[in-house]
Design a binder for this molecule. Structure first.
Ligand code: ACO
Length: 325
């Protein structure tokens, strides 16, 4: 059976590190509080003139190199981001031009932090159907640009970065199943009100601080705990597998307490769950591909392993995928 598989991964993190101690200088918070409530120790922050496409290009180029593929062999680029360079055109088109993917179609996919796993599902369906052979999925974010650095409930959580995956056809293993979901009734728990057609940018939206990310942390937390384990179990069932088959869980990196609850639901040991949010914070759509790239670099995924990707995010949305590596 023709399936899609990941043949190359790339990641890029800006050099500048912002520690919890640095945040103590900006808002009323503490290293202890942040570590205990979230697991985050530091995050990366992009320079003022760096955009989502800048980070995405670097991750995409590394993924192409690892896959041994030339940019002009790509058929499609999907960029998952909530911090596009501009409202339009799509950040995927900017990446397409800059890496020289002259034959590729390109579009953005916006599903909050679930965006990368959503895009992997879309890409794998394009490949399974036979429409495309070589697809690049990029998750890239410069969340630092939409954070209110006076709101300690949000600014301590997020970081900047990008991750990318090349997907190609295979007749062995690959992406066995994926599952997507949404609940728009929770749209007002995680959102940016300004800049769209609801509240076009104006002096008033700027004065009202509407171009920042707003979040009801508690509501999102409860949703995440409820969803992550359920979404992982559902996709395993779709693939004809169960929780005993899982070798590695690569969850969206938002909060160690959320990750621990997913691991408990799947009865996984700590070494079966990849965690790097201590170093990068929540990089939204970039978090899963960055984690997957690091897991591979560390030799934590071997041929034949069963790997589960799972994420939740603004929308509200959730997404899961199970891969035979
Ligand atoms: N430093 C110190 N104290 C703080 C901070 C901070 N940075 N932030 C909040 N507090 C205080 C609160 O004011 C509150 O004080 P009070 O009891 O006097 O009122 C107390 O700490 C507890 O606040 P809670 O909000 O109840 O803390 P909670 O344990 O829920 O942790 C957190 C907050 C970390 C935000 C948690 O709710 C969370 O992780 N939620 C999920 C967020 C998430 O993952 N969002 C990303 C979604 S992905 C996407 O699509 C972008």
């Amino acid at each position: 059976m023709r399936r899609a598989t990941i043949t190359g991964l790339g990641k890029y993190l800006p050099e500048k590190v912002m520690t919890n101690k640095d945040l103590e200088e900006i808002v009323d918070t503490s290293d202890d509080w942040i570590k205990a409530r979230t697991g985050i120790e530091e995050r990366r922050i992009a320079a003022d003139d760096v955009t989502a496409s800048d980070l995405g290009v670097k991750a995409a180029e590394e993924a192409l190199e690892k896959a041994g593929l030339k940019a002009d062999q790509l058929d499609l680029i999907i960029a998952a981001t909530i911090t596009p360079d501009m409202m339009f055109p799509a950040t995927a088109c900017l990446i397409q031009d800059r890496i020289g993917a002259s034959k590729a179609a390109a579009f953005d996919l916006e599903a909050g932090c679930s965006g990368f796993v959503y895009a992997v599902s879309v890409a794998s369906n394009f490949i399974e159907s036979g429409m495309y052979d070589n697809v690049m999925v990029v998750g890239t974010e410069v969340l630092s640009k939409i954070l209110n650095w006076e709101d300690r409930g949000t600014c301590i959580l997020f970081g900047d970065g990008a991750g990318a995956a090349v997907l190609q056809a295979t007749d062995k293993g690959g992406i066995l199943a994926s599952d997507l979901g949404s609940d728009g009734s929770g749209a007002d728990t995680l959102y940016m009100p300004g800049g769209g057609s609801l509240k076009p940018a104006s002096h008033q939206t700027v004065d009202n601080r509407e171009h920042y990310l707003y979040m009801e942390g508690n509501q999102v937390f409860k949703f995440a705990v409820k969803t992550m384990g359920k979404a992982s179990l559902k996709v395993l069932k779709k693939a004809g597998l169960n929780k005993d088959d899982v070798d590695l869980l690569v969850p969206h990196q938002a909060n160690t307490r959320i990750i621990a609850s997913s691991a408990k639901r799947l009865k996984l040991e700590p070494e079966q769950v990849f965690v790097n949010l201590n170093k990068y914070g929540n990089t939204s759509a970039a978090s899963v591909p960055i984690a997957l790239a690091e897991a591979e670099e560390k030799g934590l995924v071997k041929n034949g392993d069963t790997v589960v990707l799972v994420a939740f995010g603004a929308g509200l949305t959730w997404a899961s995928a199970v891969l035979e590596w």
